[in-house]
Ligand binder design. Structure first.
Ligand code: DGY
Length: 425
């Protein structure tokens, strides 16, 4: 069984491979997405080590001069996607979006390096990527944490990757829709409308894009100008983990300044993360920076923070919380608790389980010694694949496949999980 899954996963990665970057899935997402690519590289490394490095190099080649790494690179024209390059209008030679995404690249590059067979090539390629990723981390702390709190804010839900999370609902009410230019969504041509964000959410997504565009995509202005500023523990957990991993890599590659800088960012972040802890939920919560208050919702974002080296006691509490969530979700980890009023088991980030988040939570909890819950997360993830194939996400109660099909990062995570489980082939 394992070998069949491995073959299937590799086949998906190959079919979605465009040569130097991989599309998340044909049709729905026809370009290069930032965190998709970094996680995809981990899967590629199992059968095409050099190609895996190329995936991240292609992404980083489109870094902006200020350090930002965009969330989409529009390598080729494709009228089947909205909002395309004309809507973003960022003025790049190869068009890109104007916002970023969870910075998994530092973590991914370290993992590629740790597992490399060709150490000469890995050293050379990691050394070239190191300052670029360092500059990206610096960009986050400079442009998304101008007050120096230690934690960065998202200024658009698409930056989190968790586009329509319940976490944004209240803050999103403050984002107006006046002046939004008429548009036609394309996602609904490729995926079931009941699995996707609503029209009202899309109008606000586009409002924010138009606002930032009107400010010339000047990142020294966007944070303060945005009516949406959310500090997401999951996003910050990824950034902190990437800083820690980049620091370790920098030490090994003889770059002490990069190491010291990233270690300091990580430590500040870990200290500040404590302000997001919510004792009654036994997990972290988002913080709405615009109004200076914690968001009254306990989603998967507060569990994903465990990807960072948070205090062991916190990781233990998160492990226990995930176990409790598993009492009414057959398949861990639901992106929104199944017993919450807002839970919607098929709608993107309002309930479904996602393998990439499962992978990052499991990785962090494993480092904290939470092996039992990690085993259940991995076993549930593989059960979803066996039951429903390589979908974008899954209903955590029924296990039904949702969103796009033959999904790249799902396939990459399966290769990672199977290697980890060391199941007999
Ligand atoms: C989409 O188009 O759904 C993406 O999540 C935006 O990046």
């Amino acid at each position: 069984m394992s070998q069949t899954l491995i073959d299937h996963a590799i086949d998906i990665l190959r079919k979605n491979d465009q040569g130097s970057y991989t599309v998340p899935t044909h049709g729905l997402y026809p370009f290069q997405w930032n965190w998709d690519s970094a996680l995809t590289a981990l899967g590629q490394a199992h059968f095409a080590e050099s190609r895996a490095w190329t995936e991240i190099e292609t992404l980083m080649a489109h870094q902006w001069e200020d350090g930002m790494v965009p969330h989409i690179i529009f390598h080729e024209e494709d009228p089947g996607y909205f909002p395309g390059p004309d809507v973003w209008d960022t003025g790049r030679d190869v068009p890109t979006s104007g916002i970023s995404q969870p910075p998994v690249a530092g973590f991914a590059v370290r993992r590629l390096f740790d597992r490399a067979n060709d150490m000469v090539a890995a050293t050379e390629r990691a050394r070239a990527l190191l300052p670029l990723i360092d500059a990206w981390h610096g960009w986050f702390f400079r442009c998304r944490d101008p007050q120096g709190t230690g934690l960065v804010a998202l200024i658009h839900p698409w930056e989190s990757g968790r586009d329509n999370s319940v976490d944004w609902d209240v803050a999103f009410e403050r984002v107006p829709t006046e002046g939004v230019e008429p548009f036609q969504r394309r996602d609904l041509q490729h995926a079931d409308a009941s699995h996707r964000p609503t029209q009202a959410q899309y109008e606000r997504y586009i409002y924010l894009v138009q606002l930032f565009r009107s400010l010339g995509w000047d990142n020294s202005r966007l944070h303060d100008a945005s009516p949406f500023q959310i500090v997401d523990p999951g996003f910050n957990g990824i950034l902190i983990r990437s800083c820690v991993d980049l620091a370790d890599l920098a030490d090994r590659l003889g770059e002490p300044e990069i190491a010291a800088r990233n270690r300091a960012w990580a430590q500040n972040g870990i200290d500040a993360m404590e302000t997001l802890w919510n004792e009654s939920d036994s997990q972290y919560r988002c913080f709405d920076r615009t109004i200076g208050a914690q968001v009254k919702n306990a989603s998967i974002g507060g569990l994903l923070a465990a990807f960072a080296p948070i205090p062991k006691a916190r990781a233990e509490q998160i492990g226990a919380r995930i176990n409790r969530l598993g009492q009414n979700a057959k398949f861990l980890v639901p992106s929104q608790p199944v017993d919450s009023v807002e839970y919607d088991g098929k709608r993107y980030w309002r309930g479904p389980a996602w393998l990439i988040v499962n992978y990052m939570i499991a990785d962090g909890l494993e480092q904290a010694g939470q092996t039992k819950v990690v085993e259940r997360i991995i076993s549930d993830s593989l059960s979803l694949i066996k039951k429903s194939g390589f979908a974008e996400y899954y209903d955590p109660v029924t296990g039904e496949p949702c969103g796009g099909k033959t999904f790249t990062w799902t396939a990459a995570m399966v290769l990672e999980f199977l290697t980890k489980m060391k199941e007999p082939a």
